[in-house]
Design a protein around this ligand. Structure first.
Ligand code: APR
Length: 389
């Protein structure tokens, strides 16, 4: 039974980076919105995710008056290294050009939530959400809160910021969206280890790609390329450390291994990124492989495009940007899928030739050498070594 009924301009489903950014952008422009999040606050704000905010993201938060989220904290100074066959490659970049920062995603999420709540915004955590009337001009969202009370919110727009497994995209009728996807031929063993996040690096090696990325002051994440058929049971702790050291070409400080999982590398795009008045943002609309470190970038691009479009509609009565939302975002998404596919295959093909053969390995090596001679590409590699998702 519905206990309460409310109205707001935008219901935002999901309190991750996309949802909280949209919420803050809208409220700062006087547009009413409510955020509904399935998980409890403590869980969302402790979840270990990606760690790099690229230059565009840093400038975006400044432009929208949210510079306070950018304090990168004690891990900001971590230097990224890049190894090929155990040899460190020089990465030099013009400081003026590169404003990217290392900031654990959960820290960004916590700060965005703090600001949103401090300024009077409403977030309902532990909300069990259902979408209603999504084809029409008056969509509604019903949710049950942690006390068991059911609330119905009538709204003008729904922003689906609830990730790849959320309820928003799942509520859109089958056949309304086209799903484009690509599975890479290799996976990653992803390991969380209790090793202080002072070292950061990516290594290309005949044995496969390896990464060691800080996750806060106390922890690091290790990535090891592995066949898609591999299981965690094939990777005892000792083998993880031996393999990482072999690929990086030096001994490293070992620590307790806290978790291990096999991550499939894939790219996904849903087209269009809207259905009626329901809009999809961030991971709900697209997935980029973690190698590209561009998941946050795309979530922020969608958030800004959507917020600007709603503001244009509400403040100027201009429906154009909302009508163009999907097209605008998809053009950007496909450009980044192109980058993500290129960098992912390049980094893997240049190492272990058992996937694509020796010819493709030599091509990838030539391409890598060329990249290291270019300043723009150096920036790309510098960001990559500090921020894989
Ligand atoms: N109802 C409400 N909230 C939900 C539901 C649901 N049914 N399902 C999922 N959620 C919440 C999740 O708990 C999460 O807090 O939606 C939020 C989605 O946040 P993210 O997964 O962080 O996705 P997004 O905001 O799009 O950010 C994308 O996050 O993991 C990275 O690679 C990704 O960097 C990219 C960025």
């Amino acid at each position: 039974m519905v206990k309460a009924e409310k109205h707001t301009a935008v219901v935002i489903v999901g309190a991750g980076v996309a949802g909280l950014t949209v919420g803050n952008f809208l409220r700062r422009n006087g547009i009413d919105c409510i955020i509904l999040e399935r998980r409890e606050r403590a869980y969302v704000e402790a979840r270990q995710r990606a760690g790099t905010l690229d230059t565009r993201g840093v400038r975006l938060f400044r432009q929208w008056g949210l510079a306070e989220v950018l304090d990168a904290g004690p891990t900001a100074e971590v230097q990224g290294d890049f190894f090929i066959d155990g040899q460190a490659m020089p990465i030099e970049i013009e400081e003026d050009d590169n404003e990217s920062i290392f900031i654990p995603q959960q820290v960004l999420v916590r700060r965005l939530a703090d600001i949103f709540l401090r300024e009077g915004g409403e977030i309902c955590y532990e909300a069990e959400v259902a979408l209603m009337d999504i084809a029409g001009s008056n969509p509604a969202v019903r949710y049950r809160d942690s006390s068991g009370a059911t609330v119905l919110i009538r709204c003008d727009y729904v922003a689906g910021c609830d990730g790849d497994h959320g309820i928003t995209r799942a509520s859109i009728p089958a056949g309304a969206l086209t799903r484009y996807s690509y599975e890479f031929k290799y996976s990653w063993l992803s390991v969380l280890a209790a090793v202080p996040g002072t070292t950061s690096g990516m290594a290309i090696h005949t044995r496969g790609l390896a990464g060691l990325i800080p996750r806060g002051a106390e922890h690091s994440r290790i990535y090891l390329q592995c066949p898609v058929e591999d299981t965690v049971a094939q990777w005892p702790d000792e083998r993880v450390w031996d393999e990482l050291e072999a690929r990086v070409g030096r001994s490293l400080g070992r620590g307790d291994i806290l978790s291990k999982e096999i991550v499939e590398l894939r790219s996904v795009v849903h087209d269009p990124m809207r259905h009626g008045r329901v809009y999809l943002l961030g991971d709900a609309a697209h997935i980029v492989p973690p190698m590209s470190a561009k998941g946050i970038h795309l979530a922020l691009f969608d958030a800004e495009t959507f917020a600007r479009a709603v503001i244009a509609q509400v403040q100027d009565g201009d429906p154009g940007p909302l009508d163009a939302y999907s097209e605008t975002c998809l053009q950007h998404v496909w450009n980044y899928q192109a980058f993500a596919t290129w960098i992912t295959d390049l980094m893997h093909n240049a190492g272990d030739a058992s996937y694509e053969g020796e010819f493709r390995k030599q091509v990838a090596r030539a391409e890598l050498r060329r990249q290291f001679e270019s300043e723009a590409a150096n920036r790309v590699f510098s960001e990559l070594t500090s921020g894989i998702a």
